[in-house]
Ligand binder design. Sequence first.
Ligand code: PLP
Length: 381
Amino acid sequence: MVYKKFIEFVQALYPERKPVFLHEPCFIGNEKKYVQDAIDSTFVSSIGKYVDRFEEELAKALRAKYAVAVVNGTSALHVSLILSGVQQNHEVITQPLTFVATCNAISYCNASPVFVDVDMDTLGMSPDSLEAFLSENTYIENNKCYNKRTKRIISACVPMHTFGHPCKIGRIKQVCDKYHITVIEDAAEAVGSVYEGKPVGTFGKLGVISFNGNKIITSGGGGAIVTNDKDLARKAKHLTTTAKISHPWKYEHDQVGYNYRMPNINAALLCAQLEQLDFFIENKRETARLYKNFFSREKSMKFVEEPKGCKSIYWLNAIQLADMETRDEFLKTTNESGVMTRPIWTLMNRLKMYKDVESYHLVNAKKLEQTIVNLPSSVRI
Ligand SMILES: *Cc1c(COP(=O)(O)O)cnc(C)c1O
């Protein structure tokens, strides 16, 4: 039957891997050399050449002006929200279909998320849903957008590029500009993905990337903030390094800062990973092509393809099944056979911390929540 064929197909994609994991890191470049060098230098912590080098190289790879390396993607989101002016009792629009970090970072600012629907083709925020929500439920006063019902300021919007597939970020940006809302891209899963010829993470005022162990490139734990704004880049660096005023010996800090900087030893690992990003992307796109080909013969399973006009890194491959029962059967059969598959996230508005949050017609999100499954997607060597 079809599940058996699928299991054999995945085992052939990843021979000698038992079980076949969802996403394993891949260290086949200069990782050991650079990490050894960082250790030998004794600069393993808050200063050292690899952090600066990584920031320069990441910015170059994404054709952005600046990148600031931090301890993880969640802290990158937190600081980006602060720098966008998100304050206590503000609201921040995001999507219900995301990893919990997106919403948690909003909560760290004592702000509240508002959920709009996602698109079926991108799995990311729907600009139509966003625009409909804003036109029905908000008004503008003194260049600020207010929620009619709560009278609270909506200061930012955080669309997320699900599994590496770019959402319709061009239109989202247009809509947000019209309503005086700052866009922060959660590009945690999509470093290297391209929307209409431009890398994602560079459309919003700030873009956020994660280098957690399961992402396409990793520093063990790590993240980055990307921006074209010199002043914001400077502030991001300042806020993530305890807001210390630069001085040869004096300890002086001019605001409540955060200890969010990426250690040099992690940056060393990451410099080696970044050298291989293009190879990883091509490798993963080839895997996606093989999956697509396999599923083209299976009517009951729809492969999630990169949206039109985009180049996706296919961080995690995904399929859509007919309904929840079929999905559960698929998850059970594959996991019991040593092929790791996972359902997409539980919608954020179902989690108890976010159950009372405003949600706007989450039709597609509900359908996708029940039917999307992730497939093994590690780099193949
Ligand atoms: C991984 C991820 C994050 C958080 O990154 P960490 O480095 O784990 O803190 C945020 N948002 C999304 C969508 C993610 O997938």
